[in-house]
Design a protein around this ligand. Structure first.
Ligand code: FAD
Length: 347
């Protein structure tokens, strides 16, 4: 429900008096907890000072337990790590995971369940919400009160304040870029939360639904992940071909940056669609975002306007990208990029 203004004392006092306990549905890759999950913990912390936070990790094999050990010390506010170890969770298929969220939420009576707005969370959370018969609140960028959230609408052109008025648990997906955290280091052992196994004896055998895991493919490149990179170099339609787009890749290599692209560049086949930044692509907020030959359509801006510094190069001085750029250069990318490549030292 969208409400016009921020506070209503009655609502606030009612909700604040209820105890808050949060289940964070975490993601791991091999034996490492994903940094986005630490952002979800940060979001959980902003719900209430005395929030009791549990982290749920699912998967199978020894990597899961190493990730759980890392999760136990990722933030002093995490009181317990719940591990669901089963072949059912070897791959992030939405049906068994959504069922797991329901099982754990119902056993623990959590008031909130949080995960990040990536493909993992977007896949699982709506199904978990359906199983729990509640409406999820997605893409949260700010938390004002335990049941009052801010989320972007109209491709990020407006912010909407939403109050959760449901009677069941409040399920949220948060934008990790709005809850930035420092990288997880091996010495971040400020606290050791307890680690326990989720009892899956009541889980049932019919949990695998209509989807089936086929395969996982990923590009074998050493570049940083687009979603978390400190520097992103993006190319637009102006690159004209996949061959020319390699200039963007070379520049990214020199700067240790991730490569991004506009939808026009993706649709033209210059790069695969996992590099798309924007409303229907990835949402990024790096320290430096460099856009080459990008017009700055609102759907593109929706995915990068929160970047700390935006640099744009475009030959059209009236291109909308210059309205959000901190540094703009009116010029031809086919002159500017080769010059940059020449002047930047090798990494
Ligand atoms: P263009 O708009 O064609 O801009 C190319 C720019 O390059 C121009 O400004 C031009 O002046 C400049 N240029 C040309 N040649 C040179 C040169 N030699 N040197 C310097 N500058 C040059 N787009 C996204 O990016 N991400 C999304 O997620 C996304 N989602 C969408 C969702 C919907 C529902 C819709 C309708 C659209 C979406 N779009 C998205 C598409 C978006 O509207 C734009 O069409 C797209 O972003 C344009 O990409 P572009 O800037 O590369 O191309």
């Amino acid at each position: 429900r969208i409400i016009p203004s921020f506070t209503s004392q009655t609502f606030a006092s009612t909700f604040n008096s209820r105890s808050i306990s949060t289940l964070v549905l975490a993601e791991h890759e091999g034996s490492s907890l994903k940094i986005q999950s630490v952002s979800a913990v940060k979001a959980a912390k902003s719900l209430s000072k005395d929030n009791s936070i549990s982290l749920l990790l699912a998967g199978s094999g020894p990597g899961l337990h190493e990730a759980a050990a890392q999760a136990a010390s990722c933030d002093p506010s995490v009181s317990q790590v719940l591990v669901a170890d089963s072949d059912e969770f070897s791959h992030p298929l939405a049906e068994p995971w959504a069922k797991l969220v329901r099982l754990v939420q119902q056993k623990g009576g959590y008031s909130h369940v949080i995960t990040t707005s990536g493909s993992f969370g977007k896949n699982i959370m709506p199904r978990a919400a359906a199983l729990l018969d509640v409406s999820p609140i997605t893409d949260v960028t700010g938390i004002s009160e335990p049941h009052l959230f801010v989320r972007p609408i109209y491709a990020g052109n407006a912010l909407c304040t939403v109050r959760y008025t449901g009677v069941g648990p409040c399920l949220l997906t948060i934008r990790a870029t709005s809850f930035p955290v420092s990288p997880i280091t091996s010495d971040s052992k400020s606290n050791e939360a307890s680690i326990s196994q989720v009892d899956l004896s009541t889980f049932g055998e019919d949990s695998v639904g209509k989807s089936r895991y086929v395969k996982h493919t990923s590009q074998d490149i050493e570049r940083p992940d687009l979603g978390n990179a400190r520097v992103v170099i993006t190319g637009g339609r102006a690159l004209k071909s996949a061959e020319n787009f390699k200039m963007i890749e070379k520049l990214a290599e020199k700067l240790g940056a991730a490569v991004g692209a506009t939808r026009a560049a993706v649709d033209a086949g210059y790069v695969p669609n996992d590099l798309q930044v924007g409303q229907t692509g990835k949402i990024v907020a790096p320290e430096l975002y460099m856009a080459f030959g990008v017009s700055g359509a609102i759907q593109h801006l929706a995915g990068m306007r929160d970047s700390k510094y935006i640099v744009a190069v475009n030959k059209d001085a009236d291109a909308p990208i210059f309205q959000v750029a901190d540094y703009g250069l009116v010029g031809d990318i086919f002159d500017v990029i080769p010059e940059l490549l020449e002047k930047l030292p090798e990494k």
